[in-house]
Design a binder for this molecule. Structure first.
Ligand code: ZN
Length: 234
């Protein structure tokens, strides 16, 4: 029974510490970082797209005004030299304004291109990490199911063994096991308790040797249930 319980504890420990769990943690942390980068890039693309639309509108407005001025000039309706001069000045100023607006728009478009490339890269990275997380989750499920099957088998074995042990002894065993790091019963081999690894003194050994076989023994040192074996050297 102690052997089964040790195996059960080892299986539970293995299940809780499967390498896939650590790898999934790592992948999820990575995904959170990459996704934050993706959201940032998305925001930047949205902002720059709005900037570009605004710049487009501004250029169109100034162009419309310039076209109107040009038409007035071409129509020959403006004859007053002072008005003509001011109209020509305005056309020059509007051309300059259009030039600088277009320069600014070009800059926004270049930034937008960079941001879009960052967004595409981050989106790709998130998708790749999602695929790896799915893969790792499948691996984890597979490994965990295998251990679960082992655990179920061992528990059945334990139940069958428990039926052959009296209830008070099972209760005592479980109590001592809880107090002693999972080991409630230990073999006595070569005068040594395998629970605490201490050698039992001569007087205690003589007492143990005189105890009937069906009586439950306790280790005088660690108080665990002591199991006599063929090589106890009593
Ligand atoms: Zn002991």
């Amino acid at each position: 029974m102690q052997g089964i319980d040790v195996a059960l504890a080892q299986l539970s420990h293995r299940r809780a510490n499967l390498p896939q769990i650590a790898r999934l943690d790592q992948l999820r942390t990575e995904r959170a970082e990459v996704d934050a980068r993706r959201v940032q890039a998305q925001t930047r693309v949205s902002d720059l797209t709005a900037d570009q639309e605004q710049a487009d509108k501004e250029v169109a407005n100034v162009r419309a005004r310039r076209d109107r001025d040009q038409q007035r000039l071409d129509s020959g309706q403006v004859t007053n030299p002072k008005d003509l001069q001011s109209l020509q000045h305005e056309l020059v100023a509007l051309d300059r304004r259009i030039g600088s607006l277009e320069d600014a728009e070009l800059e926004v478009m270049e930034e937008l291109e960079t941001a879009q490339a960052e967004l595409d890269a981050a989106t790709g990275d998130v998708a790749e990490l999602d695929a790896r997380i799915t893969e790792e989750t499948t691996e984890l499920d597979k490994a965990a199911s295998a251990i679960d099957a082992d655990l179920a088998e061992r528990r059945t074995e334990r139940d069958a063994t428990a039926q052959r042990v009296s209830d008070p002894l099972i209760t005592l065993y479980d109590k001592v096991r809880a107090q002693h790091g999972g080991v409630g019963a230990a073999a006595l081999r070569h005068k040594r308790c395998e629970g605490c690894r201490l050698e039992i003194n001569g007087a205690d050994l003589r007492e143990i040797a005189a105890t009937p076989d069906d009586e439950v023994l306790r280790c005088p040192e660690c108080n665990r249930i002591l199991i006599r074996t063929e090589d106890s050297d009593l």
